[in-house]
Every structure is written in structure tokens, then in C-alpha cells.
Design a protein around this ligand. Structure first.
Ligand code: PMP
Length: 396
């Protein structure tokens, strides 16, 4: 008997429920701000990727409204057909200038950018070597290629060296890494990784979703932070949805990269361009971060303060070096229970367990933003102290 759709749905959901993996997202009842409302309660929001507080910034919203009125609600088509407006081209030039790269192209999201760029560049006979903790969108992007795929140990240049040495090829060689890893908040050792890649003639591909707007001068990103921004053997991709506060993905690098992607990347060729309001907001966001360094300063002041205070209370923040601040609980039940109790105390922070993070390393991931006040963070720390003691995660 053919399986019916209701059977498929109920079996899959029951399977997830049995494994304790069934999720339903919490709903925010305000715009995504440092303080938001969840379940009718005002809470400090430590769950967003809104690093600079741009998601609800008045200047950015004003530009979005201006572009909406001037250029319309939608772009009207796939870009190669009739969807490329002046504003799309202008923003990409602005982005390439910001990144100090020869070209830049914007795609629908960070997720589809990894699919589009990896799927376009890597061909049979090529070798791609990927960090074991790379983001799901990189893993999916690599599934689209027929290149030989190998994994190296997390942020381990010596292991990368070994893998590259053991897999010779005359095709293109590519090393793929996140710039900042989204679960632990650690920064990839890009200097050493690029050195090893170059020794083997490989290009380096950096997904800087969590480094753009956070690291490097004016938030130019992890590649800039390590001084490689103009290197032609480095490809930077990332998202426009986190620090930039809006939505979208980009690829920036060699002058010819954009032209090839325009001709080959399927998420570019077969998906409609961003609506004008998105482009307006993004263009204002890029201007704002370069004009006003106080956003990044507040982000890093808050990050240092929050991490130091959590450590003083006795929590394990897992060596994080960035505003992504995990707090280790070990077992998923403990992390989920802590997240529930924090919400009761007016703090919204999400618990993560296997398969999102390794077994035994369930945690709450906190993301500090420029928008949090000292009051917000002190409120969160008081809640953490109470919950941590109640659950026996920190001492007596
Ligand atoms: N890469 C990394 C490292 C990410 O953390 C994310 C966001 N979760 C993405 C890509 C996807 O970006 P977007 O949300 O714009 O699709």
C-alpha cells in the first residue's frame, strides 16, 4: 500500500518527538530588539544575530521606506530577465568597495549563497577540504558539487596540511571555513589556514556570516581582521541578515568572480532579486557602520563585560572569542530547563542540543548586541546566577 501524506507527516513528527528533537520557534511580539516581548512578557533578548542593533534602526528603516516608495514593492523578475535595478548594481559596487575586493554579488540569502557559489566553482576533478564544524549551508552546498570532498579537524592547520598532501589533484583546490563559528563563537585561525592553503596552491573560501559587521575595521570581517581582504585567492561569502540587520547573502573576491556567478550560479539565475526596501536598508546599514564606529565599540564593550561576568559567576563560556557567548550545560535537558527558567526571569536565550551541537555539549547560546544596555546585561546576569545555582551548574 502506498504511503499516504498524513502517514508520512505523523510518522516523521512522532520520530522527532520520541528523540526529544521536536521544536517550535518562540514568537517575538515586537520588532527584533534588545528588549522584546515573548509570551506577553517583556524580556532581554539574547537570542538574535542582530549584532549592531540594525534590524530596527530608524535610519535604516527610513532608507527602506524611501526605496520602497521610489522603486516599488518588488523587483519584478529574476535578475537576468528584468529584475536588476540600478539600486542592485549600486549596492554591489558599494559592497565591493567596503570589502576591498575586485567584485561582489548579492544573492537571496547566506544559505543560497553557499549553494550557488560552491555549486558553481567546484567541478569534477577538483578537491574541496572543509572544516568539520562548518555551517549546514556549506555542507548542503558541497552536496551539490561533484568535486572530491574531504574534512579536516576543526581549525587545525596541521590536519588541513595532511589532508591536502594526501589528496593531490590537477583541478582546483579549495579550503572552506567559517570565519567565526556560530555555535562556539571561536574565530578560525585564518592566517595559518591561508598559509597552508597557499603551500598547496589552494584557494580559501571563508563564510563570514558572523564576522561581517563584527570583526575588522568598520566590520569588514574576519578576512580583513587577518589582513587578507585584497587577496585574489580568497573568496569571502556571508550574510546580510545578521550584523547588517536585513536579509541576503553575498560573495566577494576576484574581479571575475561576480561575472562567472551571474552566468552560472543557479540561485542567481532562477530566483527573483531582492525587493527595493531590502536594498535600501542594506545600503544605509553599510553607510552607518562606516560613519559611526560607536556601534562596534558598544558591541565589543558589551561582549567583554558579559563574558567576564559569566566567567566570574563560574559559568563555562567554551573559549568563545566573539559576541556569540555559549554557556555550557552538558545535557540537553539541563540546557532546555535553564532556557525555560531564564524566560521566567525575563531573559530570552535559546538552548541547543544534539544534533545542532555535539552530544554532551548542550548549551545556551547568548548573543550580545550593541543595543543591549548595561541594565539589560546585568538583568541577564542576575537571572543566570539564580538559574545556574538552582540547577547546580555553578557553586552553592
Ligand atoms: N553561514 C553561516 C555560518 C550562518 O551562521 C548562517 C546563518 N544561520 C548562514 C550561512 C545562512 O545565512 P542566512 O540566514 O542569510 O541564510
Amino acid at each position: 500500500m502506498t504511503l499516504t501524506l498524513p502517514e508520512r507527516l505523523s510518522r516523521e513528527l512522532a520520530g522527532l518527538r520520541e528523540q526529544g528533537l521536536l521544536i517550535s520557534p518562540r514568537v517575538l511580539e515586537t520588532a527584533n530588539r534588545a528588549r522584546t516581548r515573548v509570551d506577553g512578557r517583556d524580556v532581554v533578548n539574547l537570542a538574535s544575530n542582530n549584532y549592531l542593533g540594525f534590524a530596527d534602526h530608524p535610519e535604516i528603516k527610513a532608507r527602506a521606506a524611501e526605496y520602497l516608495h521610489t522603486w516599488g514593492a518588488g523587483a519584478g523578475a529574476v535578475r537576468t530577465i528584468a529584475g536588476t535595478l540600478t539600486i542592485h548594481e549600486d549596492f554591489e559596487r558599494q559592497l565591493a568597495e567596503f570589502k576591498h575586493t575586485g567584485s561582489a554579488l548579492v544573492l537571496g540569502s547566506g544559505f543560497t549563497t553557499n549553494q550557488g557559489v560552491l555549486g558553481t566553482l567546484l567541478q569534477p576533478g577538483d578537491l574541496v577540504v572543509s572544516d568539520e564544524l562548518n555551517h549546514a549551508s556549506i555542507i548542503d552546498g558541497l552536496r551539490l558539487t561533484k568535486a572530491t570532498k574531504k574534512i579536516y579537524r576543526h581549525s587545525d592547520p596541521d590536519d588541513l596540511d595532511r589532508v591536502l598532501a594526501e589528496n593531490p589533484t590537477d583541478g582546483l583546490k579549495m579550503v572552506v571555513t567559517d570565519g567565526v563559528f556560530s555555535m562556539d563563537g571561536d574565530i578560525a585561525p585564518l592566517g595559518r589556514l591561508i598559509e597552508v592553503a597557499r603551500k598547496h596552491g589552494a584557494v580559501t573560501y571563508v563564510d563570514d556570516a558572523h564576522g561581517s559587521g563584527v570583526l575588522g575595521e568598520a566590520g569588514r570581517g574576519t578576512v580583513h581582521h587577518f589582513g587578507f581582504e585584497t587577496a585574489e585567492d580568497v573568496i569571502q561569502v556571508g550574510t546580510l541578515s545578521k550584523a547588517w540587520g536585513v536579509v541576503g547573502g553575498y560573495a566577494a573576491g576576484h574581479a571575475d568572480l561576480r561575472q562567472l556567478l551571474i552566468n552560472r550560479a543557479r540561485p542567481y539565475l532562477f530566483s527573483t532579486a531582492h525587493p527595493p526596501a531590502v536594498v535600501g536598508a542594506l545600503s544605509a546599514a553599510l553607510e552607518l557602520v562606516q560613519r559611526d564606529p560607536s556601534f562596534m565599540e558598544r558591541l565589543w564593550d558589551n561582549t567583554r563585560f558579559f563574558k567576564a561576568e559569566l566567567a566570574r559567576l563560574g559559568f563555562d563560556t567554551m573559549g568563545s572569542q566573539t559576541p556569540i557567548t555559549p554557556v555550557l550545560f552538558g545535557e540537553p535537558e539541563a540546557a532546555f530547563e535553564a532556557s525555560r527558567r531564564l524566560l521566567d526571569e525575563g531573559v530570552f536565550a535559546v538552548g541547543l542540543g544534539f544534533p545542532t551541537v555535539p552530544r554532551g555539549q548542550a548549551r545556551i547560546r547568548n548573543i550580545v548586541t550593541a543595543e543591549h544596555t548595561r541594565d539589560d546585561l546585568e538583568h541577564a546576569l542576575t537571572a543566570y546566577e539564580r538559574v545556574g545555582r538552582a540547577l547546580g551548574v555553578i557553586g552553592g
